[in-house]
Design a binder for this molecule. Structure first.
Ligand code: NI
Length: 213
């Protein structure tokens, strides 16, 4: 094969491969769940395999907890931080109110649901800080912290975004973060999530529909 034809063949091959890889990359990109696209009515479903997974954290009593501890029960999981001025307390209130309302009508089902709060600010949300924070919301709320790496791994599993933000007007830093409430099934698999504008009634109805007998 003359040199120029060989060179052209190599070029064509490389070009074709590049186009193919770009196509695969684009396809993979479209397969990503887009939980930041707010859904109608505050609930949404996405590909279940992509959200959730193992975590190794420490609860507000200082005990090591992993996601395996919650197998056999549904989890309502919210990532946030105790220094959050508005969105986190609101979401935790909405989440735990839904559980309270469920407890009033279906106590058996309510007992099978574990409300979980995972901090994205382990630096300030120590075990002690979470021990003081969690009782404001629910007696059964499991509040979890850990090392920066442990929290990072948990957030990554749930595709939670968070970043420390310096604020010129505040004496301390802020934490920017996504704020979804996830409903996970007894095998730890994703069922659905709720956006920050979901009401406790939306969550209650979804839990009854997805977890009710
Ligand atoms: Ni917040």
């Amino acid at each position: 094969m003359p040199q120029s034809i060989l060179a052209r063949a190599v070029l064509l091959f490389v070009g074709g491969l590049t186009i193919l890889l770009a196509g695969v990359a684009a396809w993979l990109w479209t397969q990503q769940p887009a939980p930041n696209v707010a859904s109608m009515g505050g609930t949404a479903s996405t590909s279940r395999a992509l959200v959730g997974g193992p975590f190794e954290l420490i609860d507000q009593a200082g005990r090591a907890r992993s996601e395996a501890d919650f197998r056999g029960r549904y989890m309502l999981v919210y990532f946030g931080h105790s220094f959050c001025p508005d969105v986190c307390p609101t979401s935790l209130t909405v989440m735990t109110r839904a559980l309270q309302a469920l407890n009033d009508t279906e106590p058996g089902l309510a007992a099978k649901i574990v409300p979980i709060f995972i901090t994205v600010d382990p630096e300030r949300d120590t075990v002690e800080a979470l021990a003081a924070y969690a009782p404001h919301f629910h007696e059964r709320l499991v509040a979890l912290t850990g090392t920066a790496a442990q929290v990072g791994a948990a957030a990554k599993a749930y595709r939670v975004y968070y970043a420390k933000v310096e604020d010129d007007y505040a004496s301390d830093y802020l934490v920017d973060h996504s704020g979804f409430i996830y409903l996970m099934d007894p095998e730890g698999r994703y069922v659905t999530h709720f956006t920050h504008d979901a009401t406790s009634d939306t969550i209650l109805r979804a839990v009854l529909r997805r977890a009710g007998a």
